[in-house]
Design a protein around this ligand. Structure first.
Ligand code: NAD
Ligand code: IPM
Ligand code: MN
Length: 339
């Protein structure tokens, strides 16, 4: 296999702290990988004035896969040029429209499939003469079709249950969404599909999350519901994501943000970033065995070692080191059993 090129974007806040653990783990797991670090977000604005410098964008476009820490910094809260703009522009440039956000704990195993490059985040916006400020939610049928198809296909690889979440009782874009789900459904007769309004979906996720298998939804509903799903399955520090296009490099990043309240204290939970690395190994590099080994190692370490968000006193570095130790132990055990 030719050498893979992984672009690592440490980002802001706790980003560099969790990215360091991911880098050390990737270096341990895959020998033939080139890792290139670039600036994105607040760090990039400080260095270049832009949240997504051309150099970073070029490297990402040429990469096999991109591993990204969170971006965002209160320093830029009132600024015109913001870190988050760099992230949104990167997602569009890579056309990573399918954002997979798994949330797993006990008998809860839900996969949120979030549309990532359309909707309210990208529609027309501005200020009218009378001072009214507006953002608009826009979807072209093609944008809906491709994400809904992904939802059906992913449901097929799991328990074949798909919940499409919208606000069709109010929004035109949601009625388009629902129509397209209904049009595609006959092509997937093996998938059991239901529609659910987003307010009810939030309530159902908070009360009986085990009822869900795959949820497919628009950009903003997916953003909100995925934080809720993370909270229902152990917290934001554990939740990874994979953002996929139809062929180019995928973008792999935790669901959580830059956590300015704990940045620089070595207290961030690196599990979400390490699980995002596992998704990169599987979907981005095709290293399925290494992905499985890393997932098992993170799960094993989380049984005994906890960062403060989970009530423990382990540091970011200690949790990362424990995962690498576990990987070494598991590899030795596999050798001695001839597995
Ligand atoms: P946040 O996810 O950063 O933090 C919410 C709460 O969860 C905080 O109390 C934080 O300490 C905690 N938390 C988050 N991740 C954690 C981890 N790995 N370990 C331990 N605790 C963790 O959300 P926020 O405070 O609303 O946003 C902060 C900044 O992050 C904003 O600028 C926002 O735009 C940005 N953000 C970026 C991304 C991304 O890059 N994908 C995602 C979400 C938010
Ligand atoms: C996420 C974040 C981003 C989003 C922000 C930082 C633009 O909240 O990845 O969930 O809303 O997509
Ligand atoms: Mn979010």
């Amino acid at each position: 296999m030719p050498t893979s090129r992984v672009v690592l974007l440490p980002g802001d806040g706790i980003g560099p702290e969790v990215a360091r653990e991911a880098r050390l783990t990737l270096e341990l797991l895959v020998s033939d990988v080139e890792i290139e670090e670039h600036l994105l977000g607040g760090a990039a604005i400080r260095a270049t004035g832009e949240p997504l410098p051309q150099e970073t964008l070029d490297a990402c476009l040429a990469a096999t896969a991109v591993l990204k820490g969170p971006v965002g910094d209160p320093e830029f809260d009132a600024a015109d040029v913001r870190p988050e703009q760099g992230l949104l522009a990167l997602r569009v440039a890579l056309d990573t429209y399918a954002n997979l956000r798994p949330a797993v704990l006990g008998d809860v195993n839900v996969l949120i499939v979030r549309e990532l490059v359309g909707g309210l985040y990208f529609g027309a916006r501005g200020t009218r003469e009378d001072g009214t400020v507006f953002d608009t939610c826009e979807y072209h049928p093609r944008q809906v079709e491709r994400i809904v198809r992904r939802g059906f296909e992913l449901a097929r690889t799991r328990s074949s249950r798909l919940t499409s979440v919208d606000k069709a009782n109010v929004l035109e874009t949601s009625r388009l969404w629902r129509r397209i789900v209904d049009e595609l459904a006959p092509r997937y007769p093996d998938v059991q599909v239901e529609h659910m309004l987003v307010d009810n979906a939030a309530m159902q996720l908070a009360t009986t999350p085990e009822q869900f298998d795959v949820i497919v939804t628009d950009n903003m509903f997916g953003d909100i519901l995925s934080d809720l799903a993370a909270a229902m399955t152990g917290g934001l520090g554990l939740a990874p994501s994979a953002s996929l296009s139809d062929g180019g490099p995928g973008l792999f990043e935790p669901v959580h943000g830059s956590a300015p309240d704990i940045a620089g204290t070595n207290a961030a939970n690196p599990a979400a970033m390490l699980r995002s690395l596992a998704l990169l190994l599987e979907h981005g590099l095709g290293h399925v065995d290494e992905a499985g080994a890393l997932t098992r190692a993170v799960d094993a370490v989380l049984k005994t070692t906890h960062t403060p968000d989970l009530g423990g006193d382990a540091t970011t570095e200690q949790l990362g080191a424990a995962v690498r130790e576990q990987l070494a132990v598991d590899a030795t055990a596999a050798l001695s059993y001839g597995a």
